[in-house]
Design a protein around this ligand. Sequence first.
Ligand SMILES: C[C@@H](O)[C@H](N)C(=O)O
Ligand SMILES: C[C@@H](O)[C@H](N)C(=O)O
Lengths: 165, 165
Amino acid sequence: AKIPVKGVALDLNQSQLAILRVPDLPGVAASLLEQLASRGVCVDMIIQSQSEQNSNDIAFTVPSTDLHLAETVLQQAASKLGYRDVISDRAIAKVSIVGTGMIQHPGIAARMFNALAQANINIEMIATSEIKVSCVVRQDLAIEALRAIHAEFNLDGNDKISIGS
Amino acid sequence: AKIPVKGVALDLNQSQLAILRVPDLPGVAASLLEQLASRGVCVDMIIQSQSEQNSNDIAFTVPSTDLHLAETVLQQAASKLGYRDVISDRAIAKVSIVGTGMIQHPGIAARMFNALAQANINIEMIATSEIKVSCVVRQDLAIEALRAIHAEFNLDGNDKISIGS
Ligand SMILES: C[C@@H](O)[C@H](N)C(=O)O
Ligand SMILES: C[C@@H](O)[C@H](N)C(=O)O
């Protein structure tokens, strides 16, 4: 079957923020995003996985230019919303494969993750939609990650590689 | 500015699986997806947020028809990959807003989350891409979630609401 992966994208302009153990109650995520929005922070990814007991972790990526502001905003909201730790990390990159109908092919994500594993690149966060699988990796491994994934899907010159945001 | 949200989608056909505390090492995510792919399980969402110490949680949604098979596959891989707990949950729904350029408008995700909060609906997982924000909520609150989000963005009859997968 024709391979559904149309291209690989690399975003080097993002930084990561994570809040550990926010109360798992209605309204918490809304407050966090409202705080960030009110200060004009453009959030790129929002990733919240399975909760444990009564709390959950929530991670964001924001343009690196907004990291300091976003960190301040989230730290200011900590006592009101009931969390403590805000972790920030500038040294990340987001590498994605894009293509329609991709996620329905069960082996596509496995091949992307395996390409990173063979290059000994740790996957720090994952988010998917029907047309995109994104992984956050160390920024200093970004080009290697891009090359490994590009080779795995035999993307030749015609296919889109976009670097930047 | 013209509102970038084009529609709301509700998927009632998914079930959730989460593995808590997988080793945060290259190759683990690849093995998990390879195991699922080799058995033909179509994974819809893959959500992995910030790691803590040397481990991380990874969650999936799969068609409810595949839940039992997926659970068996992941339990079989547990001792080899070094985790213990596989949590499954059939009673979920995925509600999403779709539209181009949405995530760049910082207030859009906040409005979606706030619509759910006002309806006292807890957000269990979150995944975003540039054109889609998806939330996992309790299945019995799915229609209420859809209605709350639809009302928030004033989507009239012309806008797309898709229910199903
Ligand atoms: C947890 C899992 O994603 C691991 N970090 C990997 O790269 O496979
Ligand atoms: C953790 C956070 O997402 C919470 N569950 C909420 O609904 O806002």
